[in-house]
Each structure stands twice: as structure tokens, then as C-alpha cells.
Design a protein around this ligand. Structure first.
Ligand SMILES: NC(=O)c1ccc[n+]([C@@H]2O[C@H](COP(=O)([O-])OP(=O)(O)OC[C@H]3O[C@@H](n4cnc5c(N)ncnc54)[C@H](OP(=O)(O)O)[C@@H]3O)[C@@H](O)[C@H]2O)c1
Length: 236
């Protein structure tokens, strides 16, 4: 496949880019500063096309099969200015113009609902504290999510809890409601792999970057997760 990755110089985007290349895809990384990219690969094209010109961006996206975004604010001021929403809005427009329908965007776990099985301390203390501390970031991401949902794209929103930089396990477990409140609620996307999470999938969540482009693991073969789970929501 020919894939586009936005935010490829960021902590999450770098991992998405590496996994897309490892998966044998042709990848275009859209970056502001190519010197920030430490990855060199024959299947990698680097584009410095600015994101704020959707028509030019659409031309740069021609012939791509799918796009992934791990864009995020570099500063709290950028978050308050809703930079992720603004950039994603341009990307949605460009993807729509170019006919590239499949879009995967990284959001964050606190943007989703608090699962009913969240432990008491998480529900009453940790999650409210985190939400308050990063309120502008989550408000920006919530608006981004709403605009993605309102688009005509075939979209996937991934809400990871945190990036640990731990070793990827290349596996995840599945669970179904009510034990899996953060589950997927619609059919599986066709990208990155045909075996991407099917409906009602719960991820182990210890290292979300390695779970973004991962293979399906046989049901029940992993021990119960010890960290908050990664949530995935998608359409189309
Ligand atoms: N890191 C975590 O633990 C974690 C956990 C849950 C959710 N998330 C979410 O995942 C997303 C990515 O997080 P991250 O930690 O990987 O972020 P990050 O390391 O700060 O990377 C942000 C990326 O966005 C790009 N960017 C920022 N402003 C831009 C602009 N005006 N124009 C073009 N590109 C711009 C940056 O490009 P430059 O390199 O050029 O600045 C960089 O590639 C965020 O939405 C975050 O909320 C992260």
C-alpha cells in the first residue's frame, strides 16, 4: 500500500512510520523539518508540503491508499489554539479532494468515556486529575474527533493511554462487553492490515505505539491487562 503519515517527526508518529515501513508499505512522511527524521528507508518519501493548503496537499496525496496522523500540539499554547483540530481539518479536506478515503488518527484515552470497570481511584482521582491538567489538549482532540466523525472518510480514531517506549509485544487481546467498555463498535478497517482489530477488541495497552500497526493475537492467549486499555473507534 501507499501510505501517508502526518506528525512523523513526533514520538508516536515516528513509531507509526517505522511500523508502516517494516510492514512493507511505500510511505510518504509529511514533515515540517526533514532533519528531525532519523529514519532512512528506500520505501520512504519525505514531503515538506505545508498542511494549511488543502488543494496542494490533495495533489501530494494523489495515489495514496490511506493516511495516518499522529499530530499533536508541541506546547500548551498550541493546544489552546486547537492546532490538532485545525491541521486535521486541512488533512480531511485534502484527503476528500484526493479521493483517499481511509484515515487513522491518534487521539487520547481521556477523550473517550470513562469505562464502568475503571478502578475507583482511576475514576475518582487519576482520570479527573489528568483531564484537568491537560484540558486544552483533550478539548482540541475532542473537536478533532467530532470533525473526523462528521467527514465522509472511512476513519479510525485510536485513543491510547500513554506512550511508554517499551518493547512492542505485537499482540493484543480481545474482550467483549460489558468487560470491554472501551471496545470498537463497528466493522474492522481494511488498513493497516486485514487482521486489524475486529469488533469489540481490547488492547493490552502497555505500549500503544507498537499496537497501532499490529497483528491480531489468538483470543485469550494473553494475561489480563495491567494497564489502561487502548480504545479504537472506527467507521467505514
Ligand atoms: N505521547 C503520549 O504518551 C500520548 C498518549 C496518548 C495520546 N497521545 C496523543 O498522540 C498525539 C501525538 O503525541 P506525541 O506525544 O507523539 O506528540 P509529539 O511528539 O509532540 O509530536 C507532535 C507531532 O505533530 C507535529 N506538529 C505539531 N504542530 C504542528 C504544526 N503546526 N504543523 C505541522 N506539524 C505539527 C510535530 O511536528 P514537529 O516535529 O515539526 O514539531 C510532531 O511531528 C497527540 O495528539 C497526543 O495527544 C500521546
Amino acid at each position: 500500500m501507499r501510505l501517508a503519515v502526518f506528525g512523523a517527526t513526533g514520538r508516536t508518529g515516528r513509531c507509526v512510520l517505522q511500523q508502516a515501513l517494516d510492514g512493507g508499505h511505500q510511505v510518504t512522511a509529511f514533515v515540517r523539518d526533514p532533519s528531525k527524521l532519523s529514519i532512512d528507508h528506500p520505501a520512504l518519501t519525505v514531503s515538506t508540503q505545508p498542511l494549511d493548503d488543502p488543494t496542494a496537499l490533495a495533489a501530494a496525496l494523489a495515489d495514496h491508499d490511506a493516511a495516518a496522523s499522529a499530530l499533536g500540539p508541541n506546547t500548551s499554547r498550541q493546544a489552546r489554539a486547537a492546532i490538532t483540530t485545525t491541521l486535521t481539518r486541512h488533512i480531511i479536506k485534502a484527503l476528500t479532494e484526493s479521493g483517499t478515503r481511509r484515515f487513522v488518527a491518534v487521539s487520547a484515552a481521556p477523550v473517550g468515556p470513562v469505562p464502568p470497570d475503571e478502578p475507583f481511584l482511576g475514576r475518582k482521582l487519576f482520570i479527573p486529575l489528568i483531564k484537568a491538567a491537560f484540558a486544552p489538549v483533550y478539548a482540541d482532540l475532542a473537536t478533532m474527533e467530532a470533525e473526523i466523525r462528521a467527514s465522509a472518510l472511512a476513519w479510525t480514531i485510536v485513543r491510547p493511554p500513554r506512550l511508554t517506549n517499551g518493547r512492542g509485544r505485537n499482540s493484543y487481546r480481545q474482550a467483549s462487553k460489558p468487560t470491554c467498555p472501551r471496545a470498537i463498535r463497528s466493522p474492522a478497517p481494511t488498513w493497516p492490515t486485514p487482521s486489524w482489530p475486529s469488533s469489540k477488541t481490547r488492547h493490552n495497552g502497555t505500549d500503544h505505539r507498537h499496537r497501532l500497526l499490529t497483528r491480531q493475537h489468538p483470543r485469550g492467549a494473553l494475561p489480563p491487562p495491567r494497564t489502561p486499555s487502548l480504545a479504537v473507534e472506527h467507521h467505514g
